[in-house]
Design a protein around this ligand. Structure first.
Ligand SMILES: [Zn+2]
Length: 80
């Protein structure tokens, strides 16, 4: 995986900065809708229990939508 960082400008806009070796790519980013920018989400983890039928445990984990960064690349601008 490429080294990646979320950079915040002074006006509060977020940018995803990715390093491809010597090449640095900046792309506009928006807060992840899934985790609201926190990078972690709560989900129900199924715990198998072969005697009692199993149960769901509420747990916290890395957001799968943004990979734990909290921000995802902004969608392309759609001209209206
Ligand atoms: Zn997320």
């Amino acid at each position: 995986m490429m080294p990646k960082a979320i950079v915040f400008d002074r006006d509060g806009t977020a940018t995803i900065r990715t390093w491809y070796g010597a090449l640095v790519v900046n792309e506009p980013a928006i807060a992840c809708e899934k985790c609201h920018g926190t990078g972690t989400i709560e989900y129900d983890e199924p715990i198998p229990d072969y005697h009692n039928g199993g149960y769901l445990r509420c747990t916290e984990g890395e957001c799968f939508e943004c990979g734990g960064y909290g921000y995802v690349p902004a969608p392309e601008d759609e001209e209206e």
